[in-house]
Design a protein around this ligand. Structure first.
Ligand SMILES: Nc1ncnc2c1ncn2[C@@H]1O[C@H](COP(=O)(O)OP(=O)(O)OP(=O)(O)O)[C@@H](O)[C@H]1O
Ligand SMILES: [Mg+2]
Length: 248
C-alpha cells in the first residue's frame, strides 16, 4: 500500500501508510490499542476503502474493490475476535467458506487442527476461545489463500495456546507457502514468528525493519517487549518515557 489515508467520517485514522508484504514472508504489524491496526486490515480488504492512496495485490489495483473479490484473488481474513458463525456447527463454518478451484478439504483442516475434528458437530459458540481461533484460521484456509491477514490471533488466549497458534502460522507459511500479514499487540510472539515488522503509532508507521533487528532495538524492547537495558520506568515518568521514543 502506498500513501494510504483512511477515515471514519471526520476521524483521520490511517495517516499516510506505505508498506509491502513480500511473497512467502511473515510480516508483523505491531501497535497498541487504537493505533489503527484493524483499520489497516479493513482498508486492505475493502471494508473501509482509503480516501487517499493506493492498495495493490500483485499486479491488480484493489483500492476500491469489494471484499468478496479479495477471496477470488487469493486473500483470506482471520478477523479480530474470530467472528465465527455462532449458530452454525464447526463443519458448517468450514463448508460455507469453501470457494474456488484450489480449495482445502475438511480433512486438511482437521489434520492441522485435530480438535476441530472432535468438535465437528458442535455449534461454534460452544467452542473455547482457542478452538474458535482455530476455526477462524481453518475457515480462512478453505479457499486456499496465498495471503492470509490475521488480526490479533493471540488475543485472549493462554500462553500455551498462543504458542500453538503461532506454531501453526509458521507451519502454514513454511509448508503451504502461505504469505502472512499478522497484526498483533503481542510484539514478542509476533516478532519471533515474523521475518519483517512494522510498528504503528497514531496512524503512522514509525519504525520498520527485519524482525530480528526490531527485537534488538532498545526502544522496541522498552516499549513493546517490557524490558530493555535502561532503568525501569513507571507511568509517573511518562514525559521522559515519551522523550525516549526516538522514532516519534
Ligand atoms: N467503525 C468505526 N467508526 C469510528 N471510529 C472507529 C471505528 N473503528 C475504529 N475506530 C477508531 O479508529 C481508531 C483505530 O481503531 P482500530 O480498531 O483500527 O485500532 P486497533 O489498532 O486495531 O486497536 P485494537 O488493538 O484495540 O484492536 C480508534 O481510535 C477507534 O476508536
Ligand atoms: Mg484491532
Amino acid at each position: 500500500m502506498e500513501g494510504v489515508h483512511t477515515y471514519y467520517g471526520e476521524s483521520h485514522v490511517l495517516q499516510g501508510i506505505s508498506l509491502r508484504v513480500d511473497p512467502g514472508e511473515v510480516l508483523a504489524i505491531l501497535g497498541r490499542n487504537g493505533m489503527g491496526k484493524t483499520t489497516l486490515i479493513r482498508t486492505i480488504v475493502g471494508f473501509t476503502p482509503p480516501r487517499e492512496g493506493r492498495v495493490r495485490y500483485k499486479d491488480t489495483e484493489i483500492t476500491r474493490l469489494p471484499p468478496f473479490r479479495m477471496v477470488e484473488l487469493g486473500m483470506a481474513l482471520v478477523p479480530q475476535g474470530r467472528r465465527v458463525f455462532a449458530s452454525l456447527s464447526v463443519r458448517e463454518n468450514l463448508e460455507v467458506a469453501r470457494r474456488g478451484a484450489g480449495r482445502w478439504s475438511l480433512e486438511q483442516v482437521y489434520a492441522l487442527f485435530p480438535r476441530l475434528r472432535e468438535r465437528a458437530g458442535n455449534r461454534a459458540n460452544k467452542l473455547s476461545g482457542g478452538e474458535q481461533q482455530m476455526l477462524a484460521i481453518g475457515r480462512a484456509l478453505m479457499a486456499r489463500p496465498k495471503l492470509m491477514l490475521l488480526d490479533e490471533p493471540s488475543l485472549g488466549l493462554s500462553p500455551i495456546l498462543v504458542k500453538e497458534i503461532f506454531g501453526i502460522i509458521r507451519r502454514l507459511n513454511q509448508e503451504q507457502k502461505v504469505t502472512m500479514l499478522l497484526v498483533e499487540q503481542n510484539a514478542n510472539m509476533a516478532l519471533k514468528a515474523a521475518d519483517y515488522g512494522y510498528i504503528m503509532e497514531g496512524g503512522k508507521v514509525v519504525l520498520d525493519g527485519p524482525a530480528e533487528s526490531l527485537m534488538n532495538n532498545e526502544d522496541v524492547k522498552e516499549f513493546y517487549l517490557g524490558g530493555g537495558s535502561g532503568e525501569r520506568r513507571s507511568f509517573k515518568n511518562l514525559k521522559s518515557f515519551k522523550r525516549r521514543k526516538r522514532w516519534l
